[in-house]
Design a protein around this ligand. Structure first.
Ligand SMILES: [Zn+2]
Ligand SMILES: [Zn+2]
Length: 110
C-alpha cells in the first residue's frame, strides 16, 4: 500500500491542512522542511517507514476489521443454514452440506 508523507513543521500550513505528499517528494513545498512518514489517518509522525498507520489507528482498524468478519461470518452462516434446510427438503445429504457451510465460515475467518 502507498505510504503517506507529510510536513514535519507543526507551524506550517501544509501540516495544519494535513497535506499528503508523494513518497518521491522529500521536502515540503510550503516551508521547505524535510518530509516525514505520517499516519494515513491522523497525520501523526511515524517512527519508521514500515507502517502506514500509527499504532493507535492500526489498533482501531483491526477492531473494525474483526467486527466486519463477525458480521459476514454470521451472514454466511445464516445463508448456509437456509441452504441446509432447503437441501434437506430437496433430499441432499444434510451432513455434507453442513460441513460445506462450516468450511465457508472457516475460510472467511482465516
Ligand atoms: Zn511545511
Ligand atoms: Zn494515526
Amino acid at each position: 500500500m502507498r505510504k503517506n508523507k507529510g510536513c514535519s513543521n507543526e507551524s506550517c500550513q501544509a501540516y495544519k491542512k494535513k497535506r499528503n505528499y508523494k513518497e518521491t517528494e522529500s521536502f515540503c513545498s510550503e516551508c521547505g522542511s524535510p518530509l516525514v512518514y505520517v499516519c494515513k489517518k491522523c497525520y501523526k509522525q511515524l517512527p519508521t517507514d514500515a507502517e502506514i498507520y500509527c499504532v493507535r489507528c492500526e489498533a482501531e482498524r483491526e477492531d473494525s476489521k474483526n467486527k466486519g468478519i463477525k458480521f459476514w461470518g454470521g451472514g454466511v452462516g445464516l445463508i448456509s443454514g437456509i441452504g441446509l434446510v432447503f437441501n434437506i427438503i430437496s433430499g441432499k445429504n444434510p451432513i455434507d452440506e453442513a460441513k460445506k457451510a462450516i468450511d465457508i465460515i472457516k475460510n472467511i475467518k482465516s
